[in-house]
Design a protein around this ligand. Structure first.
Ligand SMILES: [Zn+2]
Ligand SMILES: [Zn+2]
Length: 174
């Protein structure tokens, strides 16, 4: 069993790094860097993992707000609200309590398309903060009263595999 660091060659205590494929490294900063790089290279050698890693990096990049050509309009990837919590339209820059309705009726753009075009997450509320809070408050109360289960995606992985996630199905008949 190897007892010396694969990078600096110094002998290691049994508490040294866990060996990977017969190679282990000590806790010296330089050796840890080499170990981390090796681990990353091994990880990226798998095409499936590489694709997942790149997708994650891209999602992080898109999460940052990108200014629009007209700086008076809200940036991509960010909802802008006025002092009363009323959201601003990414297309015309006006403020509407029921922004979703304004987008679909006024601009004739489906709200899903709007969210995608302006880098907003799927299901991003397009209402005033007040309405949004009232709504989530009502949902929390319904969960507290036991009429609605918690969101399946917040349960431990695998717990709800194969179960329906439709809201209607989660509301008990009580
Ligand atoms: Zn070392
Ligand atoms: Zn508008």
């Amino acid at each position: 069993m190897q007892r010396t660091c694969a990078n600096c060659g110094q002998p290691m205590s049994p508490a040294g790094r866990v060996p990977r494929d017969g190679v282990s490294f000590c806790y010296a900063p330089d050796c840890r860097r080499v170990a981390d790089r090796l681990k990353h290279q091994r990880y990226m050698a798998d095409p499936e993992r590489r694709a997942r890693f790149n997708a994650y990096q891209n999602s992080r990049r898109q999460a940052r707000p990108i200014p629009q050509a007209d700086p008076s309009l809200p940036p991509l990837g960010l909802m802008v609200y006025d002092a009363d919590g009323v959201p601003q339209c990414h297309i015309c820059g006006r403020f509407y309590r029921g922004l979703g309705l304004h987008i679909s009726r006024g601009h004739r753009v489906p709200v899903d398309e709007y969210r995608e075009r302006f880098g907003l997450k799927a299901g991003q509320p397009l209402v005033s903060l007040e309405t949004s809070r009232l709504h989530s408050g009502r949902i929390s109360k319904t969960i507290a009263e036991g009429k609605l289960g918690p969101r399946p995606d917040l349960l431990p992985r695998g717990a709800t595999r194969g179960h329906t996630t439709r809201l209607q199905a989660r509301i008990s008949n009580a």
